[in-house]
Design a protein around this ligand. Structure first.
Ligand SMILES: [Zn+2]
Length: 113
């Protein structure tokens, strides 16, 4: 088993904290916790249009949160650092650049990621 570097765990944890805070902010905003909904219809239309952008951003944020949580779980696993497709070790440089990746470069290319 190749132990995961401590700094990688810290990096993932700190990105996770940032994303969770962002998710909370977006969530509160979308549920009108921090704003007044305008009475004017065109202003409301603009507001809801902005909401769809925020919802898309929140969707990406939540997807990333899931990726990071999975990566943090895998860090403690003996299989960490090995490609889930071909079982070859993933080079440390790739893991440092893409700490949530589960596949090596050639497998990533093979599956079009
Ligand atoms: Zn592979």
């Amino acid at each position: 088993m190749r132990p995961a570097p401590v700094d990688l765990r810290q990096r993932l944890q700190s990105e996770l904290d940032t994303l969770l805070a962002r998710h909370d902010t977006i969530d509160a905003h979308l549920h009108n916790a921090d704003r007044d909904v305008p009475g004017d219809w065109t202003d409301r239309a603009q507001l809801f249009e902005n909401d769809t952008v925020l919802e898309a951003l929140d969707g990406r944020t939540r997807a990333r949160i899931v990726q990071i949580r999975l990566a943090l779980e895998r860090l403690g696993d003996p299989a960490w650092g090995r490609c889930v497709r071909c079982s070859e070790p993933i080079p440390p440089a790739r893991l440092a650049a893409l700490p949530t990746t589960m596949v090596c470069k050639s497998c990533a290319e093979a599956v079009g990621q």
